[in-house]
Design a protein around this ligand. Structure first.
Ligand SMILES: Nc1ncnc2c1ncn2[C@@H]1O[C@H](COP(=O)(O)OP(=O)(O)OP(=O)(O)O)[C@@H](O)[C@H]1O
Ligand SMILES: [Mg+2]
Length: 238
């Protein structure tokens, strides 16, 4: 569903993403791990089509994003690390706006909006301006907007930063139920425990290079039978 081929991003002479090759299958949760400044956000922004690669190719559902950006982006939903919402819209207005842009039937929109806001315990705030929402509340509205669109690929950059424990649990359950419908999830995270629990495979990026990729057990076993993901991460990124 996502394929990166020899992906490179340079900022002047600095190489932030260095010849990255990887694939994420349909229905798979891929965890993208790496220390601060490793190149995760840069990679995810290129997949989302909001930053242009210096070289290489990105295919989403077989579509080359540089050749058919509109078709590719229809399939992609991206949640950045800093939630972006319009402060002068209410939560319901914002979600309707998303629903209209993506041409979701109004009736379907209304039931989806109520369902997702209820699941994130925001139904009583549905008609309040987003400018008055906390960081975590904005993040939840953005996640609701993404799920409502039924994308084929969801890109998350640090999805649970700012979410309370119950919302994190809710988030995990929702992600797993999305993948059961064939959605692919590409998730940058620093939370190794979450990567271990919900990701089918992980990739570790360091200085722009993919230094390991595979199912967590497999990459741990490669080091030795007793290694945890934390041991492997610290070893590969020291
Ligand atoms: N617009 C930019 N101009 C110049 N350098 C940039 C730009 N964006 C990112 N970089 C550099 O590219 C490198 C990778 O940054 P990136 O944001 O992708 O890291 P990250 O893995 O997401 O880190 P974090 O875990 O802190 O979010 C960093 O050295 C960063 O300073
Ligand atoms: Mg980042």
């Amino acid at each position: 569903m996502i394929e990166l081929r020899n992906l490179v991003k340079k900022f002047d002479s600095f190489t932030a993403v260095d010849n990255l090759n990887l694939k994420v299958d349909s229905g798979e949760i891929f965890g993208f791990l790496g220390p601060n400044g490793a190149g995760k956000t840069t990679t995810v922004k290129m997949i989302a089509g909001i930053m242009f690669p210096t070289a290489g190719e990105i295919l989403v559902d077989g579509i080359d994003i540089s050749k058919s950006p509109y078709e590719a982006k229809k399939r992609i939903a991206y949640i950045p690390d800093e939630p972006f919402v319009y402060p002068n819209l209410t939560a319901r207005e914002f979600l309707r706006f998303i629903g209209d842009i993506y041409e979701i039937d109004r009736k379907e929109q209304d039931s989806a909006i109520d369902e997702y806001l209820a699941r994130f315990e925001l139904l009583d705030r549905a008609d309040k301006l987003l400018g008055s929402f906390s960081h975590g509340m904005k993040q939840k509205v953005m996640i609701a907007g993404v799920l409502m669109r039924r994308p084929k690929v969801i890109l998350f950059d640090e999805p649970t930063v700012g979410l309370d424990p119950k919302s994190v649990k809710n988030f995990k359950d929702m992600i797993i139920s999305q993948t059961q419908k064939g959605v692919s999830v590409f998730m940058c995270t620093h939370i190794l425990e979450m990567a271990e629990k919900i990701c089918d495979r992980v990739g570790i990026i360091y200085n722009g290079k993919l230094v390991s990729a595979g199912p967590v057990e497999e990459i741990c076993r490669k080091r030795d039978s007793k290694s945890s993901l934390e041991d492997v991460f610290l070893e590969l990124t020291k």
